[in-house]
Design a protein around this ligand. Sequence first.
Ligand code: SAM
Length: 221
Amino acid sequence: MDKLATDFAAEREAMVERQLRRRGIADPRILNAFRAVPREAFVAAEHAHLAYGDHPVPIAGGQTVSQPYIVALMIDAADIRRGHRVLEVGSGSGYAAAVISRIAGRVIGIERLPVLAAMSRERLRQLGCNTVEIIEADGTMGWHEGAPYDAILVAASGSHVPSALVEQLAPGGRLVMPIGARDDVQRLVQVTRFADGGVEHSDLGAVRFVPLIGEEGWKDG
Ligand code: SAM
């Protein structure tokens, strides 16, 4: 039987409480952003019943929409605030971009797969997320036209942080990205760029992401 909007709303609230708040996500702006975005709208109808599970959910192109807690952890670590310009590399379904848009000023999502770029653009339009722009491109090069960014989130894993992304980070800006071996467990890394151009890295723990494929990422296939 199909779920009703009220069922999804109850699942969404339970997700925010059990998966985010009880695990230490305390910022009300982040919790409210997750309360405002219908995750079921970003997955195929046959996966809608999985939308609020404590795990990634399959999307088109063999990709996934990340586990809610990991999206929240990345947003928290990137210190995204009202008015910020944010770049999300690997915007996939558009879910994380929609959540970020509830906190930040402007969001640019870059997605390499045309099917996901097109689907996410349409979904975000339908949901009225008009501060999000989706670009179909290789995000390992960043998006120079929109730089500098106060925060950059990379939703796919690489062996290193692409240099273009660090260059496009504003002074005081933060980048969060999974770093490590392809198809294995990686470390979620927070990079802070200082006004003098120096950077500091912090380790936020173990994660597992799909590979970042591109010029400064892994090879396709
Ligand atoms: N945040 C996304 C969401 O809410 O659906 C998660 C998407 S998934 C974990 C990672 C995405 O990164 C995939 O859609 C994949 O196609 C994309 N990707 C991988 N390499 C990329 C690259 N170089 N540039 C842009 N997107 C890339």
